[in-house]
Structures are given as C-alpha cells and as structure tokens.
Design a protein around this ligand. Structure first.
Ligand code: GAP
Length: 440
C-alpha cells in the first residue's frame, strides 16, 4: 500500500517538476485554468494515446472524429444545453460572492464573508461560455464554446454513415477541449473551466443497449487498471434518476477517492435516442439507420463512456505517488506504468566531464530514440541525484554508461547498468539487448 499524498503535495510536485502550472501564472492566474508543462504534455499525450488504442484503434467498430469546437448554436438548442445546462447559483448581497447553491452548507451564512442573511434566492446559471462568430454583435451571431465533445459526434452521425456504411453497433470517438463556466472551480484540475474529454458515442439497436453498456463498463475498468489507478480507489456509483443528466436513462459514475473526498472521475451514460431524435427534429435531416436485413429504419440508441483527461491525470498522479526509503535515503516516487510515463528510460554517463563516457551515453541514447523508446539524457549532478529526479517524475528505468561499458573490464565491454525505479535493483545488460529489456 503506497502513501496517500495530500493535494498540496501533488500540486507542488506538479508545478516543481513541470507537469501542471496555474494558467496565466505571471499575471496571478485565471481561475479554473491550467497550463500543462513539458512532462504534463508527455503524460497527457501518452494517456490519450492509450485511451485511443483501447477505445478506438484496437477495435473494428470505431471511427474517429475531430469536430470544430464552435458549432451552429442550433446544435446546443437541440441537445438541451441552451435551456438546461445550468447549476443553481446564489449571490451574497454583502461581498457579492457568487456561489454554487448546492455547495453552501448553511443557507443563512455566506461562506465567503461569514455574514448572516445575505444570500439571495438560488437561480439557474447556464454554464456555457457564449461568444460571437464574425463581426456582427447581434444575437444571431451568438454561439458557444462546446461544453462536451459529444455534440460534434452526433452532428456527424450521418456523414460517417454515408462515407463508411458501418453496421450497427458502431461508435464515434473524439478527444478534445470542452469549456464550462463553472461557478466555483476548485480542487486543482478536478473542476476546471477549460478541460479535455475523451468520449465515445456508441450506437446500438434500441433493444441491445444493455449488453453494450456492460461491455463499455468493463473497458473503462480495464483502462483504469492500465493507467495504474488502484482498484481499491475507484468505485461504481449507480446514479439515481433525479441526479442523472437530462439525456440519460442510466448512468454509472466512476468515483475516485481524492484527498478532498470520493467524487466523480468518469461517467458512463445510456443516452437513449435523445440526441439523434432531437438533432433530427431541429435540423430536419433524418438521422436514422437503415437495417438492410430487417428492412427497417431505426433511430439507434447511444451508450456514452465519457472520461475527463485532467481528472484522469489527477487520479493517476494521486494513485502513483509514493514515499519510501531506498539505500537508507528517503525519496518520493511516481510509480507510473511505463506505457504512460513521460519517459520510459533515462540515460546517464557516469561522469559528465569524461568525454568518452558522454559520447558513448549519447550513442546509447540515440539508439533508444531511433527504436521509438521515450528516452531522456541526463548528466546533471551526481548519479544519486539523477536517480531521485527520475524517480520523482516516474521514469521506470535508468541506464548508466560507466568505464566498464568502455571495456575497463573487458568481459563487460558494451554492457550498461539498468536500474529499476520501484526496487532500485540494478542489472548488467548488453547494449544490444536494451530495447528488449526495456519493453519486457
Ligand atoms: N458527454 C457527457 C458529459 O460531458 P459529464 O459527466 O458532464 O458528462 C464527463 O462530463 C466527464 O468530464 C466527467 O466525468 C469528468 O471526468 C469531466 N469533467 C466534467 N466537468 C469537468 C470540469 N469542470 N473540470 C474537469 N473535468 C470535468
């Protein structure tokens, strides 16, 4: 069982090591926005690639989409977001704080200024960011930054059918930005105003939705395991009808044990034919599927696994973080699976000031890069410090080039030490066998 970190420890590590910075940092930040640094970009890209592999490219029934973020506003009217994508908000007449009504414990006391009796009535606040398209400022030019990536897939349902003639069941998948003007962004990247989603809209025959729901449920749990989220920290919550989104007839929330409580990580929803029927009615374009064998037209029903990228990254960091002692020294370590770690291996020359060691280390480094291994070269500080640095960013293996590599002991010519992040164990490996050893 690893050590459970506090949010402060994770936020500090994320900033110090270049995973995640506050958005617009030098201007004092912008609430609810975050910038990913070099290691965060690498981790996020690896997570998205793995998701794409497990949810899309390993299958034969999935089609990728990369839709525009700005969409015709009628799409958001049809989907119900213009009328109903809102949270209850209360305003304090004293300090003017605007708060999520359902986050306020005592309706008589403003949690921001502490005054009694200053909170007004709750009213609904639409969370979509609106913007204008083109130079005109009248209402006809208004559209929205998408609050979910799903919409871009529903409007392309017919395009994909016309281009590819897929058989039911089949799905569309998209990874991209979503925007929500959250009343109270909080808990680091957990509730942000700009974030990314990895979503699937899986179209099924209306009578066969339950089997598809179960299948995607299993795939989501397999993905949690693959990214290293520990089983005991993830919990299914069958969402009660009154708490489900307007489009859903069944939802399972995947909840995670964050330091600030057990809260939603991902969602799996049965969206029925709500979206296709609504877009058909609003656009006037038929969005049905012709089952050629049964000679019938059906409006497919939809199963939607929806995963927020930032919440996934947060859960991964929290699950992977550990502190232990190695060789009598305390260290912090990210036990990231190799498939998502920013680097698979770090390559070191034992000494920075020995050109022959540096040249050989560079040669090994280049060989690994050419083989497609995510490698980093590091010659800064002593070996112990380099190990600690790589442990803290989750690099699973370190390779050191020393004088034996150069043949000081002839029997060790062209061998290196390969050190394991989790155990600290070191073994001597032939350079020619390194790629295989790293991939095993
Ligand atoms: N298309 C369905 C949909 O958007 P959702 O439950 O509203 O459903 C899906 O969002 C996922 O997006 C969530 O489970 C979470 O991972 C992520 N998410 C939602 N709001 C977020 C926010 N404000 N900040 C970060 N991630 C968020």
């Amino acid at each position: 069982m690893s050590k459970k970190p506090s949010m402060e420890e994770i936020v500090s590590l994320a900033k110090r090591r270049g995973f995640i910075y506050p958005g617009s940092d030098i201007y004092g930040g912008l609430s609810g926005t975050y910038d990913f640094g070099p290691l965060g970009v690498a981790l996020k890209q690896n997570v998205k690639n793995l998701w794409w592999r497990m949810f899309v490219s390993d299958r034969e029934d999935m089609y990728g989409i990369d839709a525009a973020i700005l969409m015709n506003p009628k799409a958001w009217e049809a989907s119900g977001h213009v009328a109903g994508f809102s949270d209850p908000m209360v305003e304090c007449t004293n300090c003017k704080a605007r708060l999520r009504a359902d986050h306020v414990e005592d309706k008589n006391v403003c949690p921001s200024c502490g005054k009694k009796g200053t909170l007004g009535e709750a009213r609904q606040f639409n969370m979509m960011f609106s913007t204008q398209v083109g130079a005109s400022e009248d209402a006809s030019a208004r559209t929205y930054l998408r609050p979910e990536t799903a919409g871009g897939m529903f409007v392309n349902f017919k395009n994909v059918i016309d281009s590819f003639h897929p058989k039911l069941p089949f799905g569309l998948a998209q990874v991209g930005k979503a925007f929500r003007n959250e009343i109270a962004p909080r808990d680091f990247v957990f509730r942000a105003r700009e974030f990314e989603q990895m979503e699937v809209e899986y179209f099924v025959h209306p009578e066969r939705w339950e089997a598809a729901f179960e299948e995607w449920h299993g795939i989501m749990h397999a993905f949690a395991k693959a990214v290293g989220i520990r089983k005991e920290e993830i919990h299914d919550l069958e969402v009660a009808p009154e708490d489900r989104a307007h489009y859903s007839k069944r939802t399972i929330d995947f909840e995670f044990d964050y330091p600030f409580g057990r809260k939603e990580l991902w969602g799996l929803a049965y969206r029925t034919d709500f979206d296709l029927s609504a877009h058909e009615a609003t656009s006037g374009v038929e969005l049905k599927y012709l089952d050629e064998e049964a000679k019938e037209k059906v409006t497919p029903h939809v199963i939607e696994p929806s995963l927020g990228v930032e919440r996934t990254i947060l859960a991964i960091l929290l699950s992977a973080y550990d502190e232990d002692e190695l060789g009598g020294e305390a260290r912090s370590v990210l036990r990231l699976p190799a498939v998502i770690a920013p680097y698979e291996v770090a390559v070191f020359p034992l000494l920075k000031n020995k050109p022959e060691l540096v040249a050989k280390a560079r040669e090994v480094f280049r060989t690994l890069k050419v083989a497609g291994i995510r490698a980093i070269f590091d010659d800064n500080g002593n070996i112990g410090k380099r190990y600690r640095r790589q442990d803290e960013i989750g690099t699973p293996a370190c390779v050191t080039i020393d004088f034996d590599t150069l043949g000081e002991k002839p029997e060790l010519l062209d061998t290196v030490t390969l050190r394991n992040r989790d155990t600290g164990d070191q073994q001597r490996v032939n350079i020619a066998d390194l790629v295989t050893a790293l991939r095993s």
